[in-house]
Design a protein around this ligand. Structure first.
Ligand SMILES: Cc1cc2nc3c(=O)[nH]c(=O)nc-3n(C[C@H](O)[C@H](O)[C@H](O)COP(=O)(O)OP(=O)(O)OC[C@H]3O[C@@H](n4cnc5c(N)ncnc54)[C@H](O)[C@@H]3O)c2cc1C
Length: 315
C-alpha cells in the first residue's frame, strides 16, 4: 500500500518543491501527549496553494489521508499509521485587515491571539493557552472560560474532499455546538479562517490573557504531555475533572499513563505511555464514573486509529 501510494505520488512530489515528504516519522513527535508509532508518509505543504493542489491530487487519486494540526487533541496509534498524514504547520500566515484577522489553518492559536492583542483587537483572548491550530480549533469548536472559537468567526474557507470544491462558509452554515462542528461531522478541511474582532486596549487584552493562562497553570498539569481534557462536560455546569475526582479516579494509572492528581479530567503521559494504556485508563474512568456518579462520559480526545480517512473524490 505504502509503496503503491508513493509510486502514484512520485511525479507530483517531484513537481511540488513547496511540499516536504517524510517517511516513517514518529507520530509521538506530532502529538501533544507524545504517543504513537510511525506514520507511513507525512506531507507538509508550505503554503495554501500547495495544500489545495495536494488535497486535489489525493482526492482524485482516491488516496486516503488525514489532516493534522498541532496534534494536541490526538492519541497516535501504537502500531503507527499506514496511510498519509497531511501536516498543516506550514500554512501559518496571519494577516490583519482593519478589525478582521485572517489566519491559515496551521497557525497556532496562541500566535493568532498575541497578534490580535498587539493590534489592540479583542475577542479570542479567553482561548489563550489552548495549544492547537486554527484548523483544529474550528474542527471541534475549541473553547474555554465561556468563549468558543466560533464566537469570533466571520467566515472559514474550507475544502470538500468529496467534490474538490473550495467554499467560503459563514458560522451559521458550519453547525457549531459544544465541541462540535460540521467540519468534523462532514469531513471538511479548514484552509483558513477570518475572525471579526473588537478594538480594545492591548494592555487590557493582555491582562485577560494572563489571567486565563495563570488559571490554567494553577489548575491543569500543563508541565506534562497530555491531550487536554479527556472527556466533554456532561452539562455546562458540571466540571468534568471534579466529577472524575469525586468518583475516586485521580491518580489511577495504566502503564505510563495516569489520571492527573492536579486535574482529574486530564490523562498525562508520565513516560512511555502507549495508546493502549490511554484506552484502558479512559475505559476504566468511564465505567467508574457511570457506576458511582450515574453519568455516561463522552470522550473529547480522539484516537487517530478510530478516525476515518476523508472521503475521496467523486469528481
Ligand atoms: C494542555 C492542553 C490544554 C487544552 N485545553 C483545551 C481547552 O481549554 N479547550 C479546548 O477546547 N481544547 C483544549 N485542548 C485540546 C486541543 O488543544 C484543542 O482541541 C485544539 O483545538 C486541537 O487543535 P490541533 O491543531 O492540535 O488539532 P489536532 O489534534 O491536530 O487534530 C484534532 C482534530 O482536528 C482535525 N483537524 C486538524 N486540523 C484540521 C483542519 N485544518 N481542517 C479540518 N480538520 C482538522 C484532525 O484531523 C483531528 O480530527 C487542550 C489540549 C492540551 C494538550
Amino acid at each position: 500500500m505504502e509503496r503503491e501510494i508513493i509510486a502514484t505520488l512520485s511525479s507530483f512530489l517531484a513537481d511540488e518543491p513547496c511540499l516536504t515528504a517524510r517517511r516513517n516519522l514518529p507520530i509521538s513527535s506530532l502529538t501533544g501527549i507524545r504517543i504513537g508509532g510511525n506514520a507511513a508518509l507525512t506531507l507538509s505543504p508550505r503554503d495554501g496553494g500547495c495544500l489545495i493542489r495536494l488535497l486535489d491530487r489525493l482526492s482524485r487519486g482516491s488516496i486516503p489521508y488525514r489532516v493534522i494540526g498541532n496534534g494536541t487533541n490526538l492519541i497516535g496509534p501504537d502500531a503507527g499509521y499506514p496511510g498519509i498524514l497531511v501536516l498543516t504547520a506550514g500554512i501559518d500566515r496571519v494577516a490583519l485587515s482593519g478589525s478582521t484577522l485572517v489566519a491559515g489553518a496551521g497557525a497556532p492559536l496562541g500566535r493568532v491571539i498575541r497578534r490580535a492583542m498587539e493590534a489592540g483587537l479583542s475577542g479570542l483572548e479567553e482561548l489563550a493557552g489552548i495549544p492547537g491550530t486554527v484548523g483544529g480549533a474550528l474542527y471541534m469548536n475549541a473553547g474555554a472560560y465561556g468563549r468558543e472559537t466560533s464566537d469570533a468567526l466571520r467566515y472559514a474557507t474550507v475544502y470538500h474532499p468529496a467534490s474538490g470544491e473550495v467554499t467560503v462558509k459563514t458560522p451559521s452554515s458550519l453547525g457549531f455546538g459544544y465541541r462540535k462542528s460540521a467540519i468534523g461531522e462532514e469531513g471538511l478541511i479548514v484552509l483558513s479562517a477570518a475572525f471579526s474582532l473588537l478594538p480594545d486596549e492591548p494592555g487590557r487584552i493582555a491582562e485577560r490573557m494572563n489571567a486565563v493562562t495563570k488559571k490554567r497553570r494553577e489548575s491543569q498539569p500543563t508541565d506534562r504531555p497530555s491531550a487536554g481534557s479527556v472527556f466533554r462536560r456532561p452539562s455546562p455546569d458540571v466540571p468534568v475533572g471534579r466529577l472524575i475526582a469525586d468518583a475516586g479516579c485521580a491518580g489511577w494509572t495504566e502503564g505510563g499513563a495516569a489520571v492527573s492528581e492536579k486535574h482529574a479530567g486530564f490523562i498525562v503521559n508520565q513516560g512511555g505511555a502507549t495508546e493502549s494504556d490511554v484506552r484502558r485508563l479512559t475505559d476504566r474512568v468511564r465505567e467508574r464514573v457511570k457506576e458511582r456518579m450515574g453519568v455516561d462520559l463522552v470522550p473529547e480526545i480522539e484516537f487517530l486509529s478510530d478516525l476515518p480517512a476523508y472521503p475521496t473524490a467523486k469528481y
